[in-house]
Write a protein of this length. Sequence first.
Length: 267
Amino acid sequence: MVAVAAQERRKTPAKRRRKSWLWITFSSLAISAVFVGQYAQGSLEELARNQLKVGPAPAYAGHGPLIQAAFYCHIIFAGVALAVGPFQFARWLRNNYPGAHRWIGRIYIAAVFLGSVSSFVMAFFNSVGLGGFFGFAGLAVLWGWTAWRGYRAAREKKFREHQSWMIRNFAMTYAAVTLRLWLGVLILVQLPFFSGDGFVALFTAAYAPLPYIAWIPNVIVAELIIRRRGLPALRMTSGNVSPRVAESQPRVQPAVDNYRPYGRHEA
C-alpha cells in the first residue's frame, strides 16, 4: 500500500503538468486563430470604422504603409509563435521526434525575432501613450533577447540553459493570451460602477495597465517554474564569490536532467 501511494504521488505532478500543457496549448491556438482571423476581415481603416473597434486597429489605421506593414508583420509572426510554441514543451515530441522539435524550434525563433522587431516599432504608436511605450517596448526587447539566449544555448549544446531561456521566452509569447484575460477581468470589475454609457472610457481604463501586467506576472511564474524544476535560474547577486565563502556554502546536488533533445536513446 505504501508503494502504491508513493507511485500515485509521483504521478500527480505529471498529471498536473499535462493538464497545464493542454490548457496552454488550447488557449494559445484559440487566441492565435482569433489574433490573425480578426484582422483578415478587412483593412485597418475598415476595422477602425467598425463600431466594435477591433483591437488596436484605430491606433494604427491613420499611419503610413511602413507602420501598417509592421503591424501586420507582428500579427502574423506573433500568431505563428503563439501557435507552435507550446509544442516545443511536449516531451513526447521532443524525445520521439527530435528532428521535428528542432525544426519547430527554428520556425518559432524566426517568428519571435520578426514579431519582436515589428512590435518594437509598434510601441512608438501605441494607444496608451508613454506608459504603453515603455511596457510594450520592454516586452519586445526582452522577447527577442530571451529567444536569442535560448537559441545560442542550444547551439552551444547547453540544453538545460536552453530550456530555461525558452520557458522565459514563451512566458512573454503567452502575453497575447494573458493580455486578453486581464482585459476581461478589469472590465468586469468596473461593471458595478458602469452607468451604461461611456464604454470607451471603461475600456481605456482597463487597457491602461496591460502593457505591464500582461507579461511581467508571466515572467515571474516562469522563473518559479524554472527553480522548481531545478533548471538554471537567474541570479540576483554577483557571481564573483570568494573561495572562502564558496567553501562555506553547502553543495547542492543538481537535479537529474530529463531533457533529451536528441531522442530517447541518446544523451
